[in-house]
Design a protein around this ligand. Structure first.
Ligand code: ARG
Length: 584
């Protein structure tokens, strides 16, 4: 990775020049204005601050020293030019040779280009999706699912051992209510036909009826208790609900291509709860408070963490604490990432501090990967006309249907089967990309026109760019099929001299760095943004430079440049969980 190489070089040189001085943190980054170079560093400025000297003077010194270290002749070196800019930036221009070598590297490594080993021997647990049993999976869980899977892919690509865990909401007081409603109002025949839909209705009915009759709450509590005590009938109903819900969830996971290594729902931790609460009391981490048991978080300025209710029931909180203990022992992770909506920020803060008190977080970085809400086009909460939350399967089907119409318009010549397949990929990708192309902290908006547009920052635009390169390649092969010389000669990348070509090469070399920063910030949108920029640069080249019509050796170099772009678009989209299409 170039940014790292440059940083290492600078560290070494500064170390030589200013022996005994502790080198302050500095950056090597891409300057806003490309006119300055490919990379820029503020090392001279931070050093000047520390030594109380003129940054320009220090920059000059560093520059001279680098030129000493690296011999002249741009083709042999990393840099072709180093310049100084006020108030003390050092700017680096990367040599053409580096860019050319990078093209070879892309073509050689193909789907592994951009991967690395930095995560070797480190484990990351990612907690994502986590829908609740006996409720349809809705749009609120969509973001967690999509972002979580993408982070999974990214960490894996960087060599980490990744554990994807679906912390299903399959335990808790809602089951008492569901079981009560099932026993008293449920018609087994109707329920069996459409279990989750019917159970959702019963759940809503339960809440309506409790408004009139408070006693129901008490009945439900008893059912919950019976379930927790492993009463045969209640366990049976609960198992039925879990099984039916999972069937529905799995359909959605299959469509979206989501995978987990473990599905350890809340119920899995039930056995551990009493013990962890007792341990908390014994070690004076937890205390009794008005009949309940809490972990006081006063010292962190947070409200207490309730881990056992007055009625003896354990909670979501207790389970999450037990889950940390389990994950720590079983997986020995470096990191645990919770891909959970913003709204649960307090819960997770309390959880992490409580885990600290238990001594569970030593050497583990626990992070809440927050994300914003999903809004409709009008900027209001995304819901059906009746104000209900939108179901995920409906949403996916709608996207596929809309795509089908667009594919029909764009490419009527395709066969029916092709159109259908393309529409499915485009429809699903549009939903994923709409999410992943935006900073996860912002609320996302469902604007179908924008999501399915073939122009602008959308999935179809990127897929179209990819398919365009594939089609170009087919035409090229056709054209030179009989030209044996052309088949066996290596492309000569030194023929790529146009500005539009250089811009692409400059972008391509950054891909590995982008992946690393997206993991550092747990932000897949950095990759999305990068691919979008790459596609735009490519289309700019495609529209302004002749490819097939140019002289045959130049054509060849341009085709292989295009191929490198296709490789990188595909690798980037793979990390986002988005498929490419050979034609569209
Ligand atoms: N099931 C929860 C919900 O729907 C999300 C669980 C998130 N993960 C966790 N370990 N708390 O709100």
């Amino acid at each position: 990775m170039l940014n790292k190489e440059i940083k290492e070089t600078l560290n070494k040189i500064v170390g030589d020049l200013y022996q005994g001085v502790k080198i302050p943190d500095f950056v090597v980054e891409w300057p806003q204005d490309k006119g300055f170079g490919d990379y820029a560093s503020n090392v001279a400025m931070v050093l000047a601050g520390k030594l109380n000297r003129d940054p320009m003077e220090i920059a000059e010194k560093i520059k001279d020293k680098i030129s000493e270290v690296c011999e002249d002749g741009e083709d042999e070196n990393l840099f072709s030019e180093i310049t100084i800019a006020k108030p003390g930036f050092i700017n680096f221009r990367i040599s053409d040779k580096q860019f050319r070598q990078n093209l070879c590297k892309i073509l050689k490594k193909k789907n592994e280009f951009g991967s690395s080993e930095i995560g070797k021997d480190k484990t990351v647990v990612i907690d994502y999706s986590a829908p609740n049993i006996a409720k349809p999976m809705h749009i609120g869980h969509l973001r967690s699912t999509i972002i979580g899977q993408s982070l999974y892919n990214i960490y894996k690509f960087l060599g980490y051992k990744v554990i994807g865990d679906n912390h299903l909401g399959d335990w808790g007081t809602q089951f008492g209510k569901l079981i009560y409603a099932y026993k008293n109002w449920g018609d087994k025949k109707i329920i069996n036909k459409n279990p989750i839909e019917e159970m959702t209705k019963l759940y809503i009915r339960f809440h309506k009826e409790t408004e009139k009759n408070k006693e129901l709450e008490e009945f439900a509590r008893k059912e919950t208790k019976k379930l927790q005590d492993k009463d045969g009938e209640n366990i049976k109903i609960w198992k039925f609900l879990v099984r039916e819900s999972l069937k529905d969830f799995k359909k959605i996971y299959k469509t979206l291509n989501i995978k987990f290594d473990y599905v350890l729902g809340e119920s899995f931790y039930d056995e551990m709860l009493a013990k962890i609460v007792k341990e908390g009391l014994d070690r004076k981490i937890a205390s009794k408070s008005e009949g309940a048991i809490i972990i006081s978080l006063d010292e962190y300025n947070l409200p207490p963490f309730l881990i056992k209710k007055t009625d003896g029931a354990y909670l979501y909180t207790t389970t999450d604490l037990a889950a940390i203990k389990y994950r720590k022992e079983k997986f020995k992770p470096r990191k645990i990432l919770y891909v959970v909506a913003n709204e649960q920020a307090l819960h997770l803060q309390q959880l992490f501090y409580s885990a600290d008190l238990f001594g569970l977080s030593k050497n583990i970085e626990m992070k809440h990967i927050k994300f914003g809400m999903v809004l409709g086009k009008t900027g209001k909460k995304f819901s059906t006309r009746k104000g209900e939350t939108i179901r995920l399967d409906d949403l996916i089907n709608k996207s596929i249907k809309l795509s089908q119409k667009i594919v029909e318009e764009k490419n009527p010549k395709l066969t029916k089967k092709e159109k259908k397949e393309i529409a499915k990929v485009v429809g699903i990708s549009a939903i994923k990309y709409n999410d992943l192309s935006q900073n996860r902290m912002t609320d996302i908006v469902f604007n179908w026109d924008k999501m399915l547009s073939f122009e602008g920052n959308s999935a179809p635009y990127l897929q179209y760019t990819y398919a365009r390169i594939k089609s170009l390649r087919r035409k090229y092969d056709e054209l030179y099929r009989l030209d044996r010389l052309n088949v066996f000669d290596k492309p000569d990348f030194s023929l790529l001299k146009e500005g539009a070509e250089k811009n692409i090469m400059r972008q391509l070399i950054k891909f590995p760095e982008v992946i690393e920063s997206s993991a550092q910030e747990n932000s897949p949108h950095l990759i999305a943004l990068y691919i979008y920029e790459l596609a735009s640069l490519y289309n700019n080249f495609y529209n302004s430079v002749p490819i097939l019509k140019s002289e045959k050796n130049i054509a060849k170099a341009r085709i292989y440049l295009s191929k490198s772009v296709a490789v990188v678009i595909k690798n980037g989209l793979d990390l986002l969980g988005i498929d490419v299409l050979e034609r569209m």
